[in-house]
Ligand binder design. Structure first.
Ligand code: NAP
Length: 307
């Protein structure tokens, strides 16, 4: 049987946007997670399959049935606070899923979406050569999965991505990204307390999907670890001010706050990545990764008209 289609393990915020981008280019995409997502992307060519990626037999059955030519690992647990409260479960879930899918990948390209939390936050920026040293349970779990994938799959690429943002509807229930939560609260006239002492290089989810597609399509061998961050290094408070300005919300609704004591306390002080290597590679160099002002401008209409 010739290999076909892409299996995307994880049907959340990032996974569904990657699936949408791949299917829009004509790829046959299977999204997999334990529960069916509330909304599947409205693009032909995407189907969903139930999977607990920590179950080796379930992974074996699904991979045998699909015979994917590419596998993307973009599953949870993704909640940094939950991981801090359940460190052993976080490590064991990420490591088991990585081991299961890496051992089944064969000749398929395996791309794992990882995180800037593999760094301790002491440096303002991190390249692929920066020493890893996670400061939280989420970062330790993701680093363990990285090592597992790189050790077990022949054609594996780890794409470390900085804080991802994009549109989520007002009625989503719980917003999964910082930009969407800020935007909806600001548009309701609610004050938004945000850390002034935590810096990130935010990246639009559409740009993550574009880079993911380019990495999957790349014919030539790639570095095994790549970084994707946006071009702007901003504090969360600066970023929220850009969101307020772009949406026409009163700037005083953004309340700069120390990180300690907020839900961001377990995040490193700096969660920043340099994309310079990605920009130099023939396969990915042409992808334009948007800065925070351009990203906010491109998202504004979705937040102000389709709320
Ligand atoms: N969002 C960001 O800013 C960001 C930045 C860098 C890296 N990442 C990485 O990208 C990945 C996804 O992030 P996200 O924001 O899309 O998270 P998300 O919205 O919480 O989605 C996570 C998905 O994983 C699924 N999942 C969890 N446990 C699973 C299991 N055992 N087997 C199969 N599926 C499972 C969840 O569905 P069920 O619970 O129904 O299974 C859900 O569909 C995470 O690994 C995260 O480290 C995210």
């Amino acid at each position: 049987m010739s290999a076909r289609g892409t299996l995307v393990v994880g049907s959340g915020f990032v996974g569904t946007n990657i699936a949408r981008r791949l299917a829009a280019a004509g790829e046959d995409v299977t999204l997999a997670s334990r529960h069916r997502p509330g909304r599947l992307p409205d693009v032909p060519g995407i189907r969903w399959h139930a999977l607990d990626a920590t179950d080796p037999r379930a992974c074996g059955r699904l991979v045998a049935r699909l015979g994917p030519r590419r596998i993307v690992l973009v599953h949870g647990p993704s909640d940094v606070t939950w991981c801090e409260e359940h460190p052993a479960q976080a490590v064991s879930a990420h490591t088991a899923a990585a081991a299961n899918l890496a051992s089944l990948a064969g000749d398929a390209r395996l791309l794992m979406i990882s995180t800037d939390n593999v760094f301790d936050g002491s440096r303002p920026d991190n390249t692929e050569d920066s020493p890893v040293s996670p400061a939280n349970a989420y970062g330790r779990a993701k680093l363990s999965a990285e090592e597992t994938v790189l050790g077990a799959a022949a054609d594996a690429v780890v794409l470390r991505v900085s804080l991802v943002y994009g549109h989520e509807p007002a009625d989503a229930g719980k917003w999964l990204n910082f930009f969407a939560a800020c935007a909806h609260r600001l548009l309701r006239g609610e004050p938004v307390p945000v850390p002034q002492d935590q810096w990130t290089t935010p990246v639009l989810v559409d740009d993550v999907a574009e880079v993911t597609a380019a990495v999957l399509d790349a014919g030539a061998p790639l570095p095994r670890v790549l970084h994707l961050g946006g071009p702007d290094r901003v504090s969360r408070a600066e970023w929220a001010s850009v969101v307020a300005e772009t949406l026409g919300a009163p700037p005083q609704l953004v309340v700069p706050t120390p990180r300690a004591g907020t839900r961001y306390a377990s995040r490193p002080r700096n969660t920043c990545l340099s994309s310079s290597l990605l920009g130099r590679l023939p396969a990915t160099g042409a992808v334009a990764v948007r800065g925070v002002r351009e990203g906010a401008r491109d998202l504004a209409a979705a937040f102000t008209t389709a709320r």
